[in-house]
Design a protein around this ligand. Structure first.
Ligand SMILES: [Zn+2]
Length: 190
């Protein structure tokens, strides 16, 4: 399968194609909205490919990009088998990573609030407030949510499709190699 650098190039190149295409498609709704929509879509595509890559299911270069927070992805890495349906499917896998990230972030906030509570700094319901704020913002901007999710899925799909193409290509080369060897042997026998 392609290495991380190749996947990065594919992510950026497909993102560069996606941005103008999205702008043209959204232009009828006004130029400002089209620019904002194209930015959200392309941003989600890049974030998905570079930070939320399907290869978070192995100890790859991707989790290092999370710096101090690399451990967020350790349980994911332990639970999800490499290149499995749960990490490398077109639609379900990126959405699962998004839900996983949301739940882990929520746990960190709950835990942080608990620690602060122990040392006497009361921050009641911080996780509930943050969630309420997030879902309220999503309700008010349904079009942007749709564009974000579309970009998040396309960023991951660009990776998965590249993996499939390389695996398929290698299989065909192997088949061709076997056939070539056989032809060669036949040639020798004649
Ligand atoms: Zn992969």
């Amino acid at each position: 399968m392609p290495d991380t650098r190749t996947h990065d190039i594919i992510t950026v190149a497909t993102g560069a194609l996606l941005a103008p295409a999205a702008y043209v498609l959204l232009e009828s709704g006004g130029r400002d909205d089209a620019a904002a929509g194209a930015a959200v879509l392309t941003g989600a595509h890049l974030i998905s490919g570079l930070l939320f890559s399907p290869d978070l299911d192995i100890d790859s270069a991707i989790d290092n990009r999370w710096g101090f927070f690399f451990w967020i992805w350790r349980p994911y890495m332990w639970i999800i088998p490499h290149r499995h349906f749960w990490s490398h499917s077109l639609v379900l896998a990126p959405l699962l990573r998004l839900v996983y990230f949301y739940l882990v972030t929520l746990l960190i906030v709950v835990w942080g609030a608990w620690i602060l509570g122990r040392i006497g700094v009361g921050v009641p319901d911080l996780h509930a407030q943050a969630s309420a704020w997030l879902f309220d913002a999503m309700r008010r901007n349904p079009d942007m949510v749709r564009l974000f999710i579309f970009g998040f899925i396309s960023g991951s799909a660009a990776h998965t499709i590249a993996d499939w193409l390389v695996t398929g290509g290698k299989r065909y080369m192997r088949m061709a190699g076997i056939r070539l060897r056989r032809d060669y042997r036949n040639h020798d026998l004649k």
